[in-house]
Write a protein that binds this ligand. Structure first.
Ligand code: NDP
Length: 290
């Protein structure tokens, strides 16, 4: 028989997780602040706890938290006996708050694993979509409950520092934000052109961005070795000079360059410091104030 799971939080994500565990045959106990959200899951076989304390008291397997934010986790578990419990916190958090929450849980005699979900609810229970959760903290807890954790979506353990799941999660989302900024700028450039097919342009854009992601490996190798000229395919002096054409074109198309200029300024500064032959790795240190 499958391991039991206790889940606190039945928002969009919690409900998707609950369905995936029920579908995989795990006995499931759920609790949600607004009880009505548990109704459909009860009909699908979940046991509904009347309070977080009741859910915790009967929990023999992992207790998964999928609440709005870390404050809701604190409020929900306030005053409850956590001794000997295995907490898996999938609530989105900063690395610092995750570390504090881990210490808070350990002070109360619980084991703690933090998670950062790299999926949206429709991807849960559908492994072919490539979604997964970053986990960090108690490695033994992760190994013990691996089967449960892998039932709804993929699971990647990224270290015993409880903050590392959140750090990975937020680093990926930060990179995505920069990419979306670039995409937004690109559409602003082409938008006014009457004879330009946006769907066709979108396909070209997606293919180009995909091809350029290889840059991540080049930068990692440079940062590891400390030689920022290692394996450089496009050097900073060339890229920085090319930025002038990007800015002139933005102006010509009446597009505000504000999404690009801070990064271009960083590239120029590194070139000015005499590092034009490097790749992009040197801008990492500049961003860190080194
Ligand atoms: P929802 O807004 O749909 O649900 C929020 C949940 O938190 C509800 O169950 C709500 O209860 C509960 N809640 C809020 N405040 C409190 C509180 N003070 N005490 C107790 N319970 C509280 O959010 P999601 O389910 O979408 O997200 C849950 C977590 O998953 C978040 O941390 C989110 O960042 C993360 N996540 C979500 C993704 C998504 O695409 N949805 C993607 C990746 C991560 P009630 O029903 O009573 O309001």
């Amino acid at each position: 028989s499958k391991a039991p799971v206790t889940l606190l939080g039945l928002g969009d994500m919690g409900t998707a997780l609950a369905r995936a565990w029920l579908t995989a045959g795990h006995p499931l106990t759920v609790w949600n602040r607004t009880p009505a959200k548990a109704g459909p899951l009860a009909a699908e076989g979940a046991r509904v706890a009347a309070s977080p304390a009741e859910a915790l008291a009967s929990a023999t397997g992992p207790v998964v938290l999928c609440l709005l934010d870390d404050d809701s986790v604190g409020e929900t578990l306030d005053g409850i006996d956590l001794t000997g419990k295995d907490l898996v916190d999938l609530t989105t958090n900063t690395p610092a708050r995750s570390r504090l929450r881990a210490a808070w849980a350990e002070e109360r005699g619980a084991r703690f694993l933090d998670g950062g979900i790299m999926a949206v609810p429709p991807m849960i229970g559908r492994p072919e979509t490539g979604g997964y959760v970053f986990y960090s903290g108690d490695r033994a807890l992760f190994e013990r409950h691996r089967e449960v954790l892998e039932a709804p979506t993929g699971a990647k353990f990224v270290g015993e520092d409880a903050g590392h799941a959140a750090l990975h999660d937020i680093a990926l989302l930060s990179a995505m934000t920069g990419m979306f900024a670039g995409i937004t700028h690109a559409f602003a450039l082409v938008r006014p052109e009457k004879d330009l097919d946006l769907a066709g342009f979108a396909a070209l854009l997606a293919q180009w961005l995909g091809a350029m992601t290889g840059m991540t490996h080049e930068m990692a190798a440079q940062l590891e070795s400390g030689d920022y000229t290692e394996g450089v395919t496009s050097n900073l002096a060339m890229m920085s000079a090319g930025n002038d054409a990007l800015l002139a074109t933005a102006e010509g198309q009446s597009v505000d360059p504000r999404l690009l200029t801070p990064f271009m300024e960083l590239m120029r500064r590194r070139v000015t410091q005499g590092h034009g032959e490097e790749g992009l790795a040197g801008t990492v240190g500049l961003l860190r104030g080194e």
